[in-house]
Ligand binder design. Structure first.
Ligand code: SAH
Ligand code: DHB
Ligand code: MG
Length: 224
């Protein structure tokens, strides 16, 4: 893999954060509580959280769906983008993650607009479709990467024209350049990128982003 200047990327990331993402006690407490509960530090960065917030605001999102809650860090950013009568449903497999996230969301003052549903995301999404859940305006996919393609198919059934679908970790330090990735998560991300690119119901782009290494997100808009 070609060299990448991590030192410069880190300095730029810190520069952007110092300009655009002021220190926030609720978000700092979220990370501390997640660490104390033994959750892995795989939440989005502060800059990515602000980016998600801005995207959801631009989309005018009133109903947000998240797949992969962890300790509720990205959940907090997205919940803050909602109007008071808005709603965010976040799906999480792990009971401990969900419990930690609920405490964090309450501390951040966003518990009234957020709900965490525990279970395998594919099962929860299927149940939501069968229950006739109203479509979402904004979706953030950030759970197991090998499930992304399946989640996309289900999420499309919970979408309408204009729904924005964002997926994290779709570059994987360039592992997605491999035509035949051996790692199931690398393959999942590569297959997801190919699927959104080829889907006539979506207009999409992927954006490299720095997070410890070079990763990135895919952004799609449902056309019809
Ligand atoms: N969005 C979070 C990070 C999520 S990390 C943030 O940025 O703050 C990925 C999460 O997906 C983990 O909490 C993991 O337990 C959860 N997860 C993994 N497999 C899952 C599945 N099949 N269904 C639902 N959640 C899953
Ligand atoms: C990792 C990072 C992520 O953003 C994620 O959603 C899952 C795992 C990681 O660095 O391992
Ligand atoms: Mg992620």
């Amino acid at each position: 893999m070609a060299a990448f200047n991590e030192h410069l990327a880190e300095r730029i990331d810190r520069y952007i954060e110092s300009l655009f993402v002021p220190a926030d006690p609720a978000l700092t407490a979220n990370i501390e509580k997640a660490g104390a509960a033994g959750l892995p530090p795989i939440n989005v960065t502060a800059n990515q959280g602000k980016f998600l917030y801005i995207l959801a605001r631009i989309a005018g999102a009133r109903r947000i769906l998240e797949i992969g809650t962890l300790g509720g860090y990205s959940t907090t950013w997205l919940a803050r983008a909602l109007p008071p009568e808005g709603r965010l449903i976040s799906l999480e497999l792990d009971e401990v993650h969900a419990r930690t996230a609920r405490e964090n969301l309450a501390s951040a003052g966003v518990e009234a607009v957020t709900e965490i549903r525990v279970g395998a995301a594919a099962d929860t999404l299927t149940a939501m479709i069968q229950a006739g859940e109203a479509p979402f305006d904004f979706v953030f996919i950030d759970a197991d990467k090998c499930g992304y393609l399946k989640y996309l198919g289900l999420v499309m059934q919970l979408s309408k024209t204009g729904t924005v679908i964002v997926a994290d970790n779709v570059i994987r330090n360039g592992a997605v350049l491999d035509e035949d990735p051996k790692d199931a998560d690398d393959r999942g991300a590569r297959d997801y990128n190919a699927a959104v690119a080829a889907n006539p119901r979506l207009e999409s782009i992927a954006l490299p982003m720095y997070k410890n290494k070079l990763d990135g997100i895919a952004i799609s808009r449902v056309v019809a």
